[in-house]
Design a binder for this molecule. Structure first.
Ligand code: ADP
Ligand code: MG
Length: 253
């Protein structure tokens, strides 16, 4: 990872959380989260296991529902209006820890499925688009293989290409490298760095602190359902303000 992020200006708000709360039954999992992510901004989220990182990310594309407060994505508030949720989801790409590729479809078919069925794109156009993004993640030669024939790092790059085929305005990553063997982490992080350099708005849950230092505009530390601390990476790592942040950084760095 040697490419420095290119200088750029940040745009209008892409994602806004305003006093967001969520409960799983009695369990208060997200507590009063407020955050505005500008277009083009890159946010890294870290924190102990169980602190609510995945739940926050999943609320942003409505895989989970919040119960109080507002979430606004690209100007649309996430309410129970299903049509609006569909609109928002089309613009938000999501990459998970486990790649969630369809095992019975080829790499190319995994990438063309949503463009054909959701975007109603012609098959040939969808395939051209998929090949463009498979080239971009540097595995076009794998297009006709099945996920099980690829390494974990390659599968995760396919998952990123598949998301990009939907032309998202925002990309959400939930621990995209934590299921990978160590030698494959770099190839996925490199793909994410180049995406960042192209100006993609990104929220990444990751404990890859090298990545955070390299591309994040801000690092968020979550603990017990709260945003405990949020700062530019240089400041966040050199000068953590809260005891909980210091303890956590002491454990992972
Ligand atoms: P993180 O991603 O930071 O590890 P999660 O967002 O996955 O944390 O989980 C936060 C807390 O919510 C954990 O205590 C977890 O056990 C709990 N939790 C997650 N999903 C559910 C669910 N569907 N039902 C009940 N509790 C859940
Ligand atoms: Mg998680």
């Amino acid at each position: 990872m040697s490419v420095a992020p290119s200088p750029r200006t940040l745009g209008q708000p892409a994602i806004q959380l305003d006093g967001v709360h969520k409960w799983y039954g009695e369990f208060h999992v997200l507590k009063n989260l407020s955050l505005t992510v500008a277009q083009g901004e890159r946010i890294v989220i870290c924190g102990p296991s169980g602190s609510g990182k995945s739940t926050m990310i999943r609320c942003i594309n409505r895989l989970e529902e919040h119960q109080k407060g507002k979430i606004i994505v690209n100007g649309t508030e996430l309410t129970t209006d299903l049509k609006r949720i569909e609109e928002v989801r089309r613009e938000v790409g999501m990459v998970f820890q486990h790649f969630n590729l369809f095992p019975h479809l080829t790499i190319l078919e995994n990438c063309t499925l949503a463009p054909i069925w959701v975007r109603k794109m012609a098959k040939k156009d969808a395939e051209d688009l998929a090949m463009k993004y498979l080239k971009r993640v540097r595995i076009p030669e794998q297009a006709n293989k099945y996920p099980g024939q690829l390494s974990g790092g390659q599968q995760q790059r396919v998952a990123i290409a598949r998301s990009l085929c939907m032309n998202p305005k925002v990309m959400l990553f939930d621990e995209p490298t934590s299921a990978l063997d160590p030698e494959m982490v770099k190839e996925v992080l490199d793909t994410m760095v180049s995406l960042a350099n192209e100006g993609m708005t990104m929220m990444c849950v990751t404990h890859e602190m090298g990545f955070a230092r390299q591309v994040a505009d801000r690092v968020i530390f979550m603990d017990a359902g709260e945003i405990v601390e949020m700062n530019a990476p240089a400041e966040f790592f050199a000068n953590p303000q809260h005891e909980r942040t210091k303890l956590f950084l002491g454990q992972i760095l």
